[in-house]
Unconditional design. Structure first.
Length: 289
């Protein structure tokens, strides 16, 4: 390998040169995870702790953040809580400053916090609804990536992971503002990867339906019919996100940046009528493959 190529790999973000026997190891890395008190973020926080990271648990609710950090420490991990509303520009500066004051570094940032409030018809989407969905799902991840990414680039590098949604590429009538924000995340991923490379990698996980607290507002019969069209015939469990998050956070993905990876049971390839094949094969939506 040429000197230039070696140098590029060393600067590949999140310690590209420090390849140990376990490519997914996060020992000594500081990871900030927004929306880490429930659902996908909570699953990622647990997995990162088990991989050795020092995890900062972020959500709006200080008590929930502290509770989850306490649970993670009880499981043997390193964790602290920090309350922050990711839709509030100024709070993001305070979050970044306080983590840098305490740890002196951030190696992994996961922009996971997101909301998808319901509406009954397009004309009932208020300006407040629109602004909040864009603020939490798009503005916040941009601002936090800018604040943390530039400091990562000026130091040892790092990995930024965004969480979008398959709604970005297959929007439905009931999620138009959310889908627009998540499509913005997908677009932002390539732009941030270009802006923050070569030392910082920026990638996006694009989930399909997962059975987290967000799912409480769904029509489960409709979901069952829909998932029957997916190649994997079901929705995901929160812990099924962690493999992808560990991949993007760790040296395992040292040559991957600007990527948007769907974790959706094949939802994008769902074909109406595929449920007939599933019934013929004697499978149900609850069945795991
Ligand atoms: N579940 C799915 O089917 C699915 C599908 C596609 C994409 N996604 C995306 O995956 C991510 C996680 O979703 P999830 O299903 O795990 O959601 P969830 O179970 O509802 O959890 C959301 C997390 O975000 C936090 N949060 C919400 N608003 C916040 C804000 N303004 N500032 C800081 N934290 C905030 C919540 O804590 P507090 O309420 O205490 O602040 C909670 O920890 C989201 O970006 C979502 O859009 C989910």
């Amino acid at each position: 390998m040429s000197e230039l190529a070696e140098g590029g790999r060393e600067a590949a973000g999140a310690g590209g040169a420090a390849r140990g026997p376990d490519l997914f190891d996060l020992t000594d890395r500081v990871a900030v995870i927004t929306g880490a008190t429930r659902g996908l973020g909570r699953a990622i926080a647990g997995a990162f702790c088990r991989a050795g990271a020092d995890v900062v648990v972020v959500s709006r609710n200080a008590t929930s953040c502290e509770m989850v950090a306490t649970e993670l420490r009880a499981e043997g991990g390193l964790a602290a809580g920090h309350a922050c509303h990711v839709g509030h520009w100024d709070e993001l500066g305070q979050l970044a400053d306080s983590v840098y004051d305490r740890y002196g570094r951030i190696d992994v940032l996961v922009n996971n916090a997101g909301i998808s409030p319901l509406y009954d018809r397009l004309s009932n989407v208020t300006e407040e609804h629109w602004d909040k969905v864009i603020a939490v799902n798009l503005k916040g991840p941009f601002r936090l990536s800018a604040l943390v990414g530039e400091r990562m680039a000026a130091a040892a590098g790092g990995s930024i992971i965004n969480v979008s949604s398959t709604g970005a590429v297959r929007p439905t009538a009931d999620i138009v503002p959310y889908a627009a924000a998540k499509a913005g995340i997908n677009a932002m991923t390539a732009g941030l990867a270009a802006a923050l490379g070569p030392k910082v990698r920026v990638n996006t996980i694009m989930p399909g339906p997962f059975l987290t607290s967000i799912a409480r507002q769904w029509d489960m019969d409709m979901l069952a019919r829909r998932t029957q069209t997916f190649p994997l015939r079901r929705a995901g469990d929160a812990d099924e996100i962690v493999g992808t998050a560990l991949y993007f956070a760790s040296d395992a993905s040292s040559f991957t940046t600007g990527a948007v990876l769907a974790v959706d049971g094949g939802a994008r390839w769902g074909v109406p009528g595929a449920s007939g094949a599933a019934v013929t094969a004697g499978r149900s939506s609850a069945e795991r493959t």
